[in-house]
Design a protein around this ligand. Sequence first.
Ligand code: SF4
Length: 253
Amino acid sequence: MRTDLTTAKPTASQADIPGLLRQIAPMTAEEVVRWALERFGPRIVLASSFGAEDVVLIDLLMNIDRRARVITLDTGRLHQETYNAIDAVRERYGLVTEVFFPNADDVQQMVAEKGLNLFYHSIENRKRCCAVRKVEPLRRALSGLDAWVTGIRRDQNVTRAGVEKLEWDDGNRLFKVNPLADWSWDEVWKYIREHNVPYNALHDRGFPSIGCAPCTRAVQADGDLRGGRWWWEHPETRECGLHNPAPGPQPKT
Ligand code: SF4
């Protein structure tokens, strides 16, 4: 049965999270996606970077309602394979992904001050680049919405071990729905294979987690799933700020 996006139920408030979480904690990923679309309707988007988890979510979403919205952030530093994955999804589902770009003036100023490869020079520089190229565009993309869907899972990294299926995103002031929070990496790939879901070709070349080209590399088969992201930093700092943004308006950096 299709979800009627135009008659979605009123959304909840931050205070309702414990009760809602008890309700959805036992649900399957598909049930959580359906629940989220019914509750938030057109006021929810999937923010996709077109990694393995995200294409699973796109398949789940498209099987429930083809009107569901998917956004992505084109940082200007993505791999060609990621653009190919976006096109493959468009071809498979007819899905027009909404692409958000960084503010050109902010990029220009940052590059003028720090250079194009600033992220290799310090954590501060790396976080500034992520703030300009990812965090601010995401904030814009989520503005006015009630919730977003993400592909984060507990076993991706030490920074994500406590992830719940429903959280409050204090930085962007809306709900965050994580239908795959309790999925394993093997379950993600089982789903992709069984449903013949199009995926980023970099996964076949040793990239379990895919971000920007200069900040992502392949890892050993038995390695940390996010070990190829900002590999020169300690594991505890390897987040771009999308999942732990500072509250309130994003400062100009
Ligand atoms: Fe910049 Fe690297 Fe962050 Fe991409 S992942 S926004 S290139 S620092």
